[in-house]
Design a protein around this ligand. Structure first.
Ligand SMILES: [Zn+2]
Ligand SMILES: [Zn+2]
Length: 237
């Protein structure tokens, strides 16, 4: 079955995202747009994922536990986890690798942790827009039994694996790449024919509600499940 997705959405936890990206607003907008599978991928944190996944479950929207991490090479990588437990286990390790720099909300924006009623639970105190001390190789090793890692917006001129490393590393687990919404997938692959063997995803990287994907890109899975999606991204289905 065709399942329409947007696997790169930021919530109000990301300082650069709108405070309107609350759990309910995100889920309601995705349902309105007719999406079937989403992932909320905040910078270096997954502290809003559980509330959004619970809301999604009630509305028939599959929410994949996710995060967009920044490695020491300043490469953005999307991480999709088998379960919330895998996600939290990874998050604990990842947070230890981030510098404890206090966020300055007036400068960088708010980092809001919210519950299923969009009530503020806490403001995450340390700036999330930072690089980990883990590199790309460490990250893929950490993700090995926890989920799938996908290089984010590889077409962009900053924070992407191609802009910062100049190539896609050949390592276990590198099977899917994300291109940004601004690019035409066919034109991108004509420019980079060597990347045609990768599973190419295209998501919104929405920081505002209006930027969430329309029902445009889909994955063909036999049922809407996280396991099926991760198998698809890892090249096993
Ligand atoms: Zn990014
Ligand atoms: Zn992003």
């Amino acid at each position: 079955m065709k399942l329409y997705y947007d696997l790169h959405i930021h919530s109000a936890l990301s300082p650069c995202a709108s405070d309107d990206m609350t759990p309910n607003n995100i889920v309601n907008m995705c349902v309105l747009k007719g999406l079937d599978i989403i992932a909320v991928t905040d910078h270096n944190s997954a502290r809003n994922v559980e509330a959004i996944a619970n809301l999604g479950e009630r509305k028939g929207l599959l929410v994949v536990p996710g995060m967009e991490v920044q490695t020491k090479e300043e490469v953005h990588v999307l991480c999709y986890f088998h379960t919330l437990d895998h996600c939290y286990d990874f998050q604990a390790k990842w947070e230890e690798s981030l510098p404890k720099v206090k966020n300055r909300p007036e400068y960088f924006g708010n980092q809001l942790v919210m519950d299923e009623d969009d009530e503020l639970v806490s403001e995450y105190p340390y700036l999330l827009l930072t690089s980990s001390s883990f590199g790309v190789e460490d990250l893929f090793r950490l993700m090995k039994h926890r989920g799938i890692a996908v290089f984010a917006h590889v077409d962009r001129s900053s924070f992407s694996v191609l802009s910062n490393l100049g190539f896609i590393p050949e390592m276990d687990g590198v099977n899917a790449l994300e291109i940004s919404n601004a690019v035409n997938p066919e034109q991108f692959l004509m420019k980079h024919p060597a990347l045609a063997s990768y599973c190419i995803l295209q998501s919104s990287d929405a920081h505002y509600l209006g930027d969430i994907m329309e029902r445009v890109n889909y994955v063909d899975l036999s049922s809407p499940s996280v396991e099926e999606l991760l198998n698809h991204l890892s090249g096993f289905a």
